[in-house]
Ligand binder design. Structure first.
Ligand code: HEC
Ligand code: HEC
Length: 306
């Protein structure tokens, strides 16, 4: 009997661990907006996050056809990877990339420079405060848990360091690229287009109007992790190997190169930039080379890429 109980305990403990790793227990998004001016600010933030590239306060800061909602679904109210529920509870957080402790506004700005291929908004302007207010509202009730390792949502901090993904990327060859191409045509092209350009309802996944090479998703291990959790939309059924092969294919297509300096406003306008690192460059080629030691020409089977 004792043996049985211990076995059952272990099984449920193991089961529990697996479940929490795959699907963290993210609470529902709040539905009641704060009253008064704060509520107005939260709603403004939501509007910007849903319409970032067309909203009057942010459209000039965006350099592609994406909105925050393109990756942080339902304006971050999704419970999947990319949720903003609980995000504010991780900030301020240390960022190895900037080598400083980043505020929520800083972290939002980084997605502007990279995923949105745009410019860093000025901290404390209306747009910057509004987005931070909205994300903070979505985090109400989630206990603060400062993240000393990464400026990401604590519910998904572990998933981003997916120990199984990196070795699969390192092993990738032209065969994985070809399989990714085939899977993309089968499972993704209906929405994002065979040429990756998307349409009115579906965002572009490569080309001049998509995220640049400094974005999280431009790195194939992060893309694979994110795809496994989020795509195909409403049918997240990819195996890890399929997600890896598709990530290799999508990230090996042209994306705007990233040079950090091009994404900062002129010094007199920008205000204080909370980063020790002032030089950073990425291309498709460098994202495959570092840290994966993959040669993009061999992966693609041609020499078309910067
Ligand atoms: C192309 C996809 C993409 C777009 C568009 C995008 N993000 Fe992100 N964002 C990510 C990824 C991927 C991460 C986490 C991984 C990482 O740190 O590299 C992230 C992380 C964040 C975080 C850190 C907390 C967390 O959720 O883990 C915040 C805050 C954030 N994004 C805000 C925004 C805002 C605001 C916008 C719009 C201005 C935006 N993002 C647009 C992909 C995107
Ligand atoms: C049913 C349509 C549909 C399918 C199928 C689909 N997507 Fe998406 N995808 C979307 C939509 C829509 C969004 C943006 C979220 C939103 O607007 O709600 C998105 C967002 C994305 C993003 C982040 C934003 C960007 O444009 O970079 C990537 C990357 C992506 N999808 C890749 C894929 C891949 C790879 C597949 C195949 C495994 C796939 N999608 C299948 C509809 C789809």
């Amino acid at each position: 009997m004792t043996k049985l109980l211990i076995t059952l305990g272990l099984v449920s403990l193991l089961g529990f661990t697996v479940i929490t790793l795959d699907k963290p227990n993210v609470p529902d998004a709040p539905t009641k907006y704060p009253s008064g001016e704060l509520g107005k600010m939260v709603k403004l933030g939501e509007d910007i996050i849903m319409h970032t590239n067309t909203h009057p306060l942010t459209k000039d800061l965006v350099g592609d056809d994406l909105t925050c909602n393109s990756c942080h679904f339902d304006g971050g109210k999704t419970k999947n990877m990319g949720t903003f529920i609980g995000t504010a509870a991780a900030f301020p957080a240390y960022s190895p990339r900037e080598k400083t402790v980043q505020t929520l506004q800083d972290r939002i700005n980084n997605c502007f420079m990279r995923s949105m291929n745009g410019k860093r908004p000025i901290i404390d302007t209306k747009a910057s405060v509004a987005m931070a207010a909205y994300i903070t509202w979505l985090s109400e009730g989630v206990p603060i848990k400062m993240n000393p390792k990464k400026p990401v949502n604590n519910f998904y901090s572990k998933q981003w360091i997916n120990k199984k993904t990196v070795p699969l990327i390192k092993k990738a060859t032209h065969k994985n690229y070809l399989n990714g191409k085939k899977l993309y045509a089968e499972k993704c092209a209906d929405c994002h287009g065979i040429n990756g350009m998307g349409d009115e309802d579906n965002p572009p996944v490569w080309g001049d109007n998509s995220y640049n090479c400094g974005a999280g998703l431009a790195h194939p291990h992060k893309m694979a992790t994110w795809l496994k959790a989020n795509m195909p939309l409403d049918d997240e059924t990819l195996t890890l190997q399929e997600a890896v092969d598709i990530a290799i294919y999508v990230d090996a297509q042209p994306h705007p190169s990233f040079n950090l300096q091009d994404h900062l406003l002129p010094k007199e306008k920008m205000g204080y930039y909370n980063s020790i690192v002032l030089k950073e460059k990425h291309t498709v080629r460098s994202n495959f080379a570092k840290p994966f030691k993959l040669d993009i020409d061999k992966i693609r089977g041609d020499k078309l890429i910067k």
